[in-house]
Design a protein around this ligand. Structure first.
Ligand code: AMP
Length: 591
């Protein structure tokens, strides 16, 4: 990752294929005269000055205006089926969902959890939840029962939208531990089942088409995204309706939406990108949002880009690396001439990927950086600004980013000298900044030091202000673009009767970024064996789901520990990478 700081040949500013001007032409000028009040003026607000609601900006203002018949969502099923929803239809469906919530007695500020793949109902649920003033809480459908339980219980879930299969596999057995979970809306059930299990279709059929969004304060809670930490169980990052200003602005300046555009974001709806850019940003701009039910499949993806005439594509480094490994010349085999820009987020995008895009897709790939807590893109390679391959780009106008070094106490020193590594920090105040961690005020406070929000990433800044990612400052693992907290994996493995101690790390992997690896020491009298290794992998998968469970397990008699007995993950990682151990006292603080 350190290689990122090498200066690469810049790719020219605007590709020849550009037929329309980017929205952000003069980055410097825009930064100078920027104000969030101006951005707010480009949005509508609820009628009669009753506040700001994401669903009104994303759907109703288009449906009520001149864009009602425009295609809002085109959903592509795994089996080849297609479902189209205009803005007018999306308004109706989300109104119905809001009415279903109201009938169930779900109130303003109460969470509505969704555990589902990319089903159209997930989108109706998100929008209907915001209309009702409730809080949308998406869960990753590849989680196993334990991560699902942790999040539902931390969020005091009263209502969950899911499918029959996911309910049976991941939720049914948890219900005795979740007494507050009263209503389960099953997307694909034909009839109500009883015991709080409702058919969503039936409920929606019986609900009214009209719904008036109640007054919404821009600071009202709208979304909770669960994200992993290195210690303790997942944190629920709270976002408010005002976040829509960032979604709108980044849609305009980074993704460069123009009327009539067709946009495809490949992110899973269980994570923050799936909400901010898989739902909100394209709809707020009144363009067409493509939703593909299927998972990664190179042929299907290229075919989709061609057939749907996608103009703007937002994807992730793991997917790009998978495409790069195939002996396919996409431009020879597919008509990708409608593509105007390609963007990537979630992990470092290596410079080779940027050039591969240029050669093979006809466009460079624009990396951008943000995280669950920031709610929207903060640093980006903007369409009309020179790309520095390997760099995350420049801060969004309206966002102040810096490389900082912490001094004693609350003091933070901004490193102005280029090329020096430090912590990536942001000046609080952008609209989509998280407003708290659910039930965890202390953890939230700790993220802010002096005048800065400390992101947990290490980075450098070059002389022209471009930011270059160096690594995480903590032990969080990014696997296939998804965050995994080592603590959650360790806790699950510790429940196996043979396991005495566990340390979990991210092991670098050329395709998926990092893979989850566990070092396990066994209880006295238990011998390591291949059979036990496989049993532990299976045990973890059943509990955590395949996306979170370790792919590798290594037995080790004595795991390295600090004086207070905390397992030194950093040292396990250093040894795994074959690096010298140096002064181990600096590798892991003895809390
Ligand atoms: P999440 O909160 O799951 O969205 O993960 C956010 C984290 O992903 C960031 O703090 C970074 O560590 C990493 N990340 C996101 N975008 C990038 C990027 N463009 N380059 C490098 N790392 C990234």
């Amino acid at each position: 990752m350190k290689e990122n700081t090498r200066r690469c040949k810049a790719i020219k500013k605007v590709p020849d294929s550009w037929v329309m001007q980017p929205n952000l032409l003069d980055y410097g000028k825009q930064c100078e005269r920027f104000s969030w009040e101006d951005v707010r003026r480009e949005l509508d607000g609820l009628p009669e000055d009753e506040g700001l609601n994401i669903a009104h900006e994303a759907v109703d203002r288009h449906a009520n205006g001149t864009r009602g018949s425009i295609l809002a969502i085109r959903w592509l099923g795994k089996d080849g089926s297609v479902r189209d929803f205009s803005y007018a239809e999306l308004k109706r469906q989300s109104n119905r969902f809001a009415n279903v919530l109201r009938q169930l007695g779900i109130k303003r500020g109460e969470p509505v959890f969704v555990l589902a793949g990319r089903a159209p109902e997930l989108y109706f649920a998100a929008l209907g939840t915001w209309k009702n003033g409730s809080v949308f809480c998406p869960l990753f459908s590849a989680f196993g029962p334990e991560p699902v339980y942790q999040r539902l219980s931390k969020g005091d879930a009263k209502v969950l939208v899911t499918t029959e299969r996911l309910y049976k596999q991941k939720v049914a057995d948890l219900r005795v531990r979740l007494p507050q979970l009263q209503h389960i809306l099953l997307i694909d059930a034909d009839a109500d089942i009883g015991e709080g299990l409702w058919s969503l279709t039936k409920q929606m059929e019986g609900a009214a088409d009209d719904f008036t969004i109640p007054p919404t304060d821009p600071e009202d809670m709208a979304i909770i995204h669960f994200t992993s930490g290195t210690t303790g169980m997942p944190k629920g990052a709270i976002h408010v309706h005002n976040a829509v200003l960032t979604h709108y602005l980044t849609g305009k300046y980074v993704l460069d939406f123009h009327p009539g555009d067709v946009f495809w974001c490949t992110a899973d709806p269980g994570w923050v990108t799936g909400t901010s850019y898989g739902i909100i940003a394209p709809l707020v701009h009144g363009i067409t949002n493509i939703i593909d039910e299927a998972e990664f499949d190179a042929k299907r993806w290229y075919h989709l880009l061609e057939e749907q005439k996608v103009n703007i594509w937002y994807t992730a480094p793991t997917a790009i690396r998978r495409l790069m490994r195939l002996a396919v010349s996409p431009r020879k085999q597919y008509d990708l001439s409608h593509l105007r820009s390609i963007h990537s987020v979630g992990e470092p995008l290596n410079p080779e990927a940027v050039s591969w895009g240029q050669e093979n897709l006809g466009l460079p790939i624009h990396d951008n950086w943000w995280q669950t807590e920031t709610g929207g893109i903060m640093i980006a390679n903007f369409p009309a600004v020179e790309i520095r391959p390997g760099s995350m780009g420049l801060p969004l106008p309206g966002v102040e980013a810096a490389i900082v070094r912490r001094a004693a106490g609350e003091a933070v020193e901004v490193i102005t000298e280029p090329g020096i590594q430090g912590e990536l920090a942001l000046k609080p105040g952008w609209p989509s900044m998280f407003r708290g961690y659910l039930h965890d005020e202390e953890r939230y406070r700790k993220c802010f030091v002096g005048a800065w929000y400390i992101t947990g990433d290490l980075a450098k800044r070059d002389a022209d202000g471009y930011f270059w990612f160096v690594g995480r400052a903590d032990d969080i693992i990014k696997t296939s673009g998804h965050m995994v907290g080592p603590f959650e994996v360790e806790s699950a493995l510790l429940e196996h009767p043979a396991v005495a101690e566990v340390g979990v790390i991210g092991k670098p992997n050329p395709v998926i970024g990092e893979l989850v690896k566990a070092f396990v020491s066994l209880k006295p009298g238990i011998e390591p064996s291949e059979q036990l290794r496989l049993e532990l992998i299976g045990f973890a998968r059943k509990k955590l789901g395949s996306a979170v469970a370790p792919k590798e397990i290594e037995f080790q008699d004595n795991l390295p520990k600090t004086r207070s007995g905390k397992i030194m993950r950093r040292l396990l990682k250093t040894r795994e990478l074959g690096l010298t151990e140096g002064d181990i006292s600096t590798l892991e603080a003895d809390e």
